[in-house]
Design a protein around this ligand. Sequence first.
Ligand SMILES: Cc1cc2nc3c(=O)[nH]c(=O)nc-3n(C[C@H](O)[C@H](O)[C@H](O)COP(=O)(O)O)c2cc1C
Length: 175
Amino acid sequence: MRIAVGVTGASGTVYGYTLIKSLADLGVEVHAVYTDMGRKVMEYECGLGMEDVKKYAVVYENTDLFAPVASGSFKTGGMVIAPCSMHTLGALAGASGRDLLTRAADVTLKEGRKLVVVPRETPLTTIHLENMLRLAKAGAVIMPAAPDFHNRPKELDELVTSLIDRVLNIFNIEK
Ligand SMILES: Cc1cc2nc3c(=O)[nH]c(=O)nc-3n(C[C@H](O)[C@H](O)[C@H](O)COP(=O)(O)O)c2cc1C
């Protein structure tokens, strides 16, 4: 199985990194795209760089519209954008396709594949909410970065994993 992962400059880049690592550990071929701010925020929040991500995924430049994930003929099981900034959410809702991340997401939707969007912002404006509604109507699964507390997590990792496990469930991936 092959899954595309987009990571943007919203807070919670640890979600994207953990997802990429979890998928790779489960034998899934991961194709990753980071926005510029995705890279910067991951470095700021997690102290991780792209060399860490490249251990687990094929990583493309966001400017590289010739990358395989930009084309519908490159078959994937779907795409996850985690975390998804409000900037990228707006671009997705407008079917922008101007960079690789938004193009790959648009391709995922047009091909009828699973697109999971993990937005991270609070509070939300009506613009944010309408963008989410628009994407949901087009078939995307909107999964806010809202981790579970009912398992009484003691570590940050448990909180992060609780959300990532829900994402894996969408793709019927068992740990
Ligand atoms: C430390 C940090 C945290 C941020 N957190 C958020 C956030 O949670 N949600 C959001 O929508 N934008 C957040 N931003 C702003 C985005 O990075 C900014 O809107 C950027 O243009 C997003 O670009 P991108 O979608 O291409 O990654 C944050 C920025 C920084 C520096």
